[in-house]
Design a protein around this ligand. Structure first.
Ligand SMILES: N[C@@H](CCC(=O)N[C@@H](CS)C(=O)NCC(=O)O)C(=O)O
Length: 223
């Protein structure tokens, strides 16, 4: 079945894309041009009513939310071994980390990157722009939340090199994406020992390199 991934280079499509490449899928990348706000176009909103990227289309199935897409890909391609066996404690840990990454780390990063969206909602009822003080406060608090969340991951690390141990899995792809996004945090996660080693290992995988090349991005952590 043909798979389409609606993407913008380096956006939340990156983790699902890494997994599609791991699984050897013949994926069609469909650009959603953020510069032209195509994510808010009527056509795209029919696929993803949130107006955000990514969306995966596979036959009749239309799926949004990058973590859900990652789990779907892992389930669809068992031979790629992107998720531990059903019922195992390793699988439970994968759920835990994937939810933590998408529920805690990602929203904190988003508030750090786009604080004006969060400050406006918190402080303004008349549609006026938030004050720069409010934006700065949201950004500082969000940075602290994101760094603390990455530290939780770092401190809970097992034997490695990957999040679940010896085997690469879907949560490593997600961690790679978020660690790259978060490279400008005051305490960037790629400099943490265990996360840094994992990111290096993910970056060396040929599937990662194919995905980044196909999206036209160069993933550099030091800036
Ligand atoms: N929880 C969603 C978040 C998706 C999201 O916020 N995507 C960003 C790009 S990384 C986006 O489309 N932003 C454009 C916008 O908000 O208009 C997911 O993980 O799929």
């Amino acid at each position: 079945m043909k798979i389409q991934l609606y993407y913008y280079p380096g956006n939340a499509n990156l983790a699902p894309h890494l997994l599609l490449q791991e699984a050897g899928c013949d994926v069609e990348l469909v650009l959603v041009d953020r510069d032209r706000r195509e994510q808010k176009s009527a056509n795209y909103l029919r696929l993803n009513p949130n107006g955000v990227i990514p969306t995966l289309v596979c036959g009749e199935l239309v799926l949004f939310e990058s973590a859900a897409i990652c789990l779907y890909i892992a389930d669809q391609y068992p031979s790629a071994r992107l998720i531990p066996p059903l019922g195992s404690s390793e699988r439970a840990h994968l759920y835990k980390w994937l939810f933590f990454l998408s529920n805690t780390v990602q929203p904190a990063y988003m508030a750090y990157r786009y604080p004006e969206k969060y400050a406006a909602n918190l402080t303004q009822s008349d549609g006026a722009q938030p004050t720069s003080g409010a934006v700065d406060e949201v950004r500082a608090a969000a940075a602290a939340r994101a760094m603390q969340a990455f530290e939780v991951i770092e401190n809970a690390w097992g034997s490695g090199p990957f999040m679940l141990g010896e085997a690469y899995s879907a949560c490593d792809a997600y961690l790679y994406m978020l660690t790259w996004w978060a490279r400008k945090l005051p305490r960037p996660p790629h400099r943490m020992e265990r996360i840094g080693a994992c990111i290096d290992a993910v970056g060396r995988r040929s599937a990662t390199q194919r995905a980044c090349a196909a999206e036209g991005i160069e993933v550099r952590f030091e800036i």
